[in-house]
Design a protein around this ligand. Structure first.
Ligand code: ACO
Length: 331
């Protein structure tokens, strides 16, 4: 099979994590759970929780500033801002527009993508298409998630799983060296929406006292069903993305998976034929930050020297929608 030629490359990445660390023991003081249960079922030890006044736009903007500085991109040079978030600061306008104002990127067009945990990959793929069309050269793809704002803190089955954070990447046209996004496979299945959703507070069931009293505006999840679907879909997506890139598992230097649960990560890696020493894991420190997990993990991997120049990266995610996808990138 002919090897694909990258159109766009990741020029830089950045991340931001709020300072406030909440441990499993902290949670056990306010709900009926334990460090042992959370660690053994999920691999999570602690997560970061943003202060009340810090929204998704701010979380993402802080990550974006780091990425822009590393790529030596001035605010006025950014052509496109795509923000993935499941926790927009407001219903109107988009979080991307609020972030644009914070960053001063006055020449950009900005919009949100709502694809839950797979959102960063959807964003990268859309930015790649935009660059391919020749309509712009510098894209800022940001994932900004304040999951603590949409959790039911009375529900131990979901509250212990998530955290807050922001991750970002600057995408530019590939320079012909072979570095860049080689392949992607993105998919969704709206028939399974109710496995992980926020039932109320939108246009069908607008915000009302009864929505608030019953917590219908908060996240609901059928964990077991999500688990099964996640492993199957991520495994398939890895297969397809690898094939499209002309790679096998042996070509992968590092798997950067969505960080929801260590058992899902291990099962996906096993299926993909990638040993755990080639898998990046930080779910223990941050929990599930929805779409922000992949860019934050990639940024940490780069900093640790595990995703340096010419490293072959396979990244994979799964989330509400349902949505899922995988991407191969030569750094
Ligand atoms: N502490 C203690 N006990 C708990 C807790 C908790 N925090 N949560 C649930 N339990 C109890 C349950 O009540 C149940 O008790 P019971 O047997 O008396 O009824 C028992 O533990 C087992 O519960 P299960 O839900 O069957 O536990 P499971 O082993 O399936 O693990 C988990 C639950 C961790 C949620 C797992 O199903 C999972 O990780 N699923 C995937 C979730 C996920 O990744 N979601 C994010 C998707 S990405 C996105 O788009 C946001």
């Amino acid at each position: 099979m002919k090897k694909p030629k990258p159109i766009a490359e990741i020029a830089s990445t950045g991340r931001f994590l709020p300072d406030n660390v909440v441990t499993n023991d902290d949670l056990a003081e306010r709900m009926d759970t334990s460090d042992e249960w959370i660690r053994t079922r999920t691999g999570i030890r602690e997560r970061r929780i943003a202060p009340p006044e810090m929204g998704a736009a701010e979380l993402g903007a802080r990550a974006a500033r780091v990425a822009m500085e590393r790529a030596a991109v001035e605010p006025g040079e950014v052509d496109l801002i795509i923000v993935s978030t499941a926790t927009p600061d407001r219903w109107l306008p988009s979080t991307a527009c609020d972030m644009q104002a914070l960053l001063g990127c006055s020449n950009a067009l900005a919009f949100d993508v709502m694809a839950a945990c797979t959102g960063h990959m959807y964003g990268l793929s859309m930015a790649e298409g935009y660059i391919a069309s020749g309509r712009g050269e510098v894209a800022l793809v940001v994932a900004a998630e304040k999951m603590s704002a949409i959790l039911d803190w009375e529900d131990r089955t979901t509250a212990v799983l998530f955290g807050d954070g922001g991750g970002a990447a600057v995408l530019k046209p590939a320079n012909g060296s072979g570095r860049g996004i080689l392949s992607s496979h993105l998919q969704s299945d709206g028939n399974l929406a109710e496995l992980l959703y926020r039932p109320g507070g939108g246009a069908v069931d607008p915000l009302s006292q009864s929505v608030l009293d019953e917590g219908r505006h908060l996240l609901k999840m059928q964990g077991r069903e999500i688990f099964k679907n996640a492993v199957r879909s991520m495994a398939e997506a890895c297969d397809i993305a690898l094939k499209k890139a002309g790679w096998t598992a042996l070509d992968v230097d590092l798997l950067v998976p969505h960080q929801a649960n260590i058992r899902i990560i291990e099962a996906t890696a096993k299926y993909a034929g990638i040993p755990m020493d080639k898998v990046f894991v930080n779910v223990d420190r941050y929990g599930n930050m929805s779409s922000a997990t992949v860019p934050i993990a990639l940024d940490e991997a780069i900093e640790e020297g595990r995703a340096g120049p010419d490293a072959n990266i396979l990244t994979v995610a799964f989330g509400a929608g349902l949505t899922w996808g995988a991407m191969t990138i030569r750094m």
